[in-house]
Design a protein around this ligand. Structure first.
Ligand code: CP
Length: 302
């Protein structure tokens, strides 16, 4: 069965096809009747071993708009708490005649492992610090709405790159589309290996904002930090936090993005997050259309 495990193995043509299909679904979502019958005979399980607000609700809504039957599983409150394994859990869900699995898991590679042992389609909804492909696709969609073709565009990814699956998936997606990518953050939060992916690195947020056409700002992921990293949240906000004033004073308008959840007052001040520079809620809106496109295209290849 075809899967969407990451952006790494997706080619530029597939990204274009997903964006084109998502555009059509976005038009559907703006009509009074938002539902289409495309996945009427498909059953999808949203299997979440890690917390989520946007991704989970967005997938569920995308599935419902496509007329699929959906069931939702959270590890908390399930028999995972009694020691049931990942594979047993998913095989039991599939025994109920489920066709597709949308899975979020804290372990990098968990959906790849699953794909070797089960027959259903798998969509990775975030695997630890590894990839979050549908986030990168909705970020691409949102960027293209604002900037057009991304070839030659300057895109900054600012924040906790080390712990971010959103950063890695976005780097792959942006490079495949010919964008220039610059990572910005404290050196402790930018892993050395990532420079081999052909990205620039900066530790100067003001310079990076002046350089870019769009800034994708990421959360400091304290929950993934095993040891106490520099900087503290207060230090991060002081040296890397982005305020509305900084955006207003730039020589040209830039697009401000954030995948959510925002740590208000840390990576973004509230007045920056809620400013006209921000397309943060447009990203969330576009997420439903992009996930409809991914589900539709995968189901049609099954
Ligand atoms: N952007 C994102 O993945 O948000 P959630 O963790 O709330 O799904």
């Amino acid at each position: 069965s075809p899967h969407l495990l990451g952006i790494k193995d997706l080619d530029a043509e597939s990204i274009d096809l997903i964006v084109k299909t998502a555009k059509e679904f976005k038009e559907v979502l703006n009509r009074p009747i938002k539902k289409v019958p495309s996945l009427r005979d498909v059953t999808i399980a949203n299997v979440f071993f890690e917390n989520s607000t946007r991704t989970r609700l967005s997938f569920e809504l995308a599935e419902k708009r496509l007329s699929a039957d959906t069931i939702n599983f959270s590890a908390s409150g399930s028999s995972v708490k009694k020691g049931e394994t990942l594979l047993d859990t998913v095989n039991n869900i599939l025994a109920m005649k489920v066709d597709m699995i949308v899975m979020r898991h804290a372990s990098p590679g968990a959906p790849h492992y699953l794909s070797k042992h089960i027959k259903a389609n798998i969509i990775n909804a975030g695997d630890g610090t590894h990839e979050h492909p549908t986030q990168a696709l909705l970020d691409t969609f949102s960027l293209r709405e604002k900037l057009g073709d991304l070839a030659g565009k300057k895109i900054a990814i600012i924040g906790d790159i080390l712990h971010s699956r959103v950063a890695l998936s976005n780097i792959y997606a942006l490079k495949k589309q010919g964008a220039e990518v610059r990572l910005c953050g404290p050196s402790t939060l930018i892993p050395k290996y990532i420079q081999s992916l052909g990205v620039q690195v900066s530790h100067d947020v003001k310079d990076t904002l002046a350089w870019c056409d769009a800034a994708n700002v990421l959360r400091i992921q304290l929950e993934r930090q095993q040891i106490k990293y520099f900087p503290s949240l207060r230090e991060y906000a002081q040296f890397f936090g982005i305020t509305r004033k900084m955006l207003d004073e730039l020589p040209k308008e830039i697009v401000l993005m954030h995948p959510g959840p925002i740590n208000r007052g840390v990576e973004l001040s509230s007045d920056a997050a809620d400013s006209p520079h921000s397309i943060i809620l447009d990203q969330v809106e576009n997420g439903v259309a992009v996930r409809m496109a991914v589900l539709y295209l995968l189901a049609s290849k099954a």
